[in-house]
Design a protein around this ligand. Structure first.
Ligand SMILES: Cc1cc2nc3c(=O)[nH]c(=O)nc-3n(C[C@H](O)[C@H](O)[C@H](O)COP(=O)(O)O)c2cc1C
Length: 261
């Protein structure tokens, strides 16, 4: 049972590869949360593996992933193998510690964890990777995924192959709360004159937070996955003044319909 969250397809590519290789079900965390139920209940089969695959947002898992785990109810759990894969542009800080702590509250134990460097989609500060770096990261990610699939198939325990970066404690314990408090804000999103009201941003929004009448209008519930901005077919969606000149990224292995909520 592979639970995934993804804004621009990197984590979905990883989750799909793991699900296919291990013949596991793929479950969208965003779709579960948008179903507005009190708890997310799943029945485990014997020996079924449990995986969490998601992007890194400011050196921690997206809030939606942690909210999902808080309300997760797994029946028939019998020390099933639990792993986590975080996709990132560069590094993940102490993300695995954060995930492990949230799983512990549900009496689940994180057996192994991995990070995979994939193309960067955070264009609010910085920019997307060059086309060369993007291609290089995607091909290296395929190799890393083959290796991760072998570890998961063998239910390898205590294997933490992660790029933490410099001063991971500060990144995750200091910067991440500041990011969640100050940076996750929808007021700066807008669509410029290129917008043709196609409605794709509304369909792909992980938080069901966008309504398109003539132009998209954002509500307040956002996790800043940037799916709306990157998946807009005419690059109309902007965040503040800085993104007009920035690049856009969407994982080339994922079709647009796979993002629809
Ligand atoms: C809000 C936000 C914050 C991010 N923070 C980090 C970070 O702290 N470290 C990092 O290496 N990449 C960071 N990234 C890049 C993404 O983690 C990376 O591109 C990821 O593979 C995107 O996955 P997705 O395509 O499944 O959405 C950030 C991206 C966003 C949108």
């Amino acid at each position: 049972m592979i639970f995934y969250f993804s804004g621009t397809g990197n984590s979905l590519q990883a989750a799909k590869s793991i699900a296919e290789h291990n013949d596991e079900k793929l479950i969208s965390i965003a779709a579960a949360i948008n179903s507005n139920v009190d708890s997310y209940e799943y029945n485990l089969e014997d020996n079924e593996v449990i995986g969490f695959v998601y992007p890194i947002y400011a050196w921690a898992p997206p809030r939606m992933v942690l909210q999902f785990i808080e309300r997760l109810k797994l029946s028939n759990y019998n020390n099933n193998y639990v792993f986590s894969v975080a996709t990132c542009g560069e590094n993940i800080g102490n993300t695995m510690k954060v995930l492990d702590a949230s799983l512990k509250k549900k009496n689940l134990k994180l057996d192994s964890g991995f990070s995979i460097k994939m193309p960067n989609n955070y264009v609010i500060i910085g920019n997307v990777d060059s086309k060369e770096a993007e291609a290089q990261k995607l091909s290296a990610a395929e190799e890393t995924l083959k290796h991760i699939n072998k570890v998961i198939e063998g239910k390898g325990k205590g294997i933490f192959e992660i790029e933490k970066g410099f001063a991971p404690g500060i990144l995750t314990s200091v910067i991440n709360p500041l990011f969640n408090k100050n940076a996750v804000d929808t007021k700066k999103f807008y669509a410029n004159e290129s917008c043709n009201s196609c409605g794709i941003c509304e369909k792909v929004c992980n938080c069901e937070n966008i309504k398109v009448d003539e132009k998209p209008v954002w509500g307040t519930n956002c996790t800043q996955c940037l799916g709306c901005l990157h998946l807009c077919p005419v690059n109309a969606i902007q965040y503040g003044k800085g993104t007009e000149k920035k690049g856009r990224y969407k994982n080339p292995n994922i079709g647009i319909h796979e993002y629809y909520q």
